[in-house]
Design a protein around this ligand. Structure first.
Ligand SMILES: [Zn+2]
Length: 89
């Protein structure tokens, strides 16, 4: 995928997640997240998916991230390839 195609797919994915859950965000938090999705750059959108929510570490960055994006066939595939830092812990 291109960076833009991936960011577009991740925006769609994130909007769906926020609409159907499961999550425990307040209305304020949801509004903030929808605004982020609408206004952030492609880079920031992708960055939010490779940054560990627990510890802030990047699962992949720089040229390695560009290679993972290029190799990805879908947003699901990208998430599988990029991995999550603390998942399962
Ligand atoms: Zn982590």
């Amino acid at each position: 995928m291109t960076q833009h195609d991936l960011a577009t797919a991740l925006r769609k994915r994130q909007r769906l997640f926020l609409r159907v859950g499961p999550h425990e965000f307040t209305n304020n938090e949801l509004q903030h997240m929808f605004r982020f999705i609408n206004e952030c750059s492609d880079e920031d959108m992708i960055d939010s998916y490779v940054t560990c929510a627990k510890c802030g570490a990047k699962s992949v960055a720089g040229p390695a991230l560009d290679a993972v994006i290029a190799a990805s066939k879908s947003d699901d595939h990208f998430l599988k390839l990029s991995g999550q830092h603390c998942m399962g812990n």
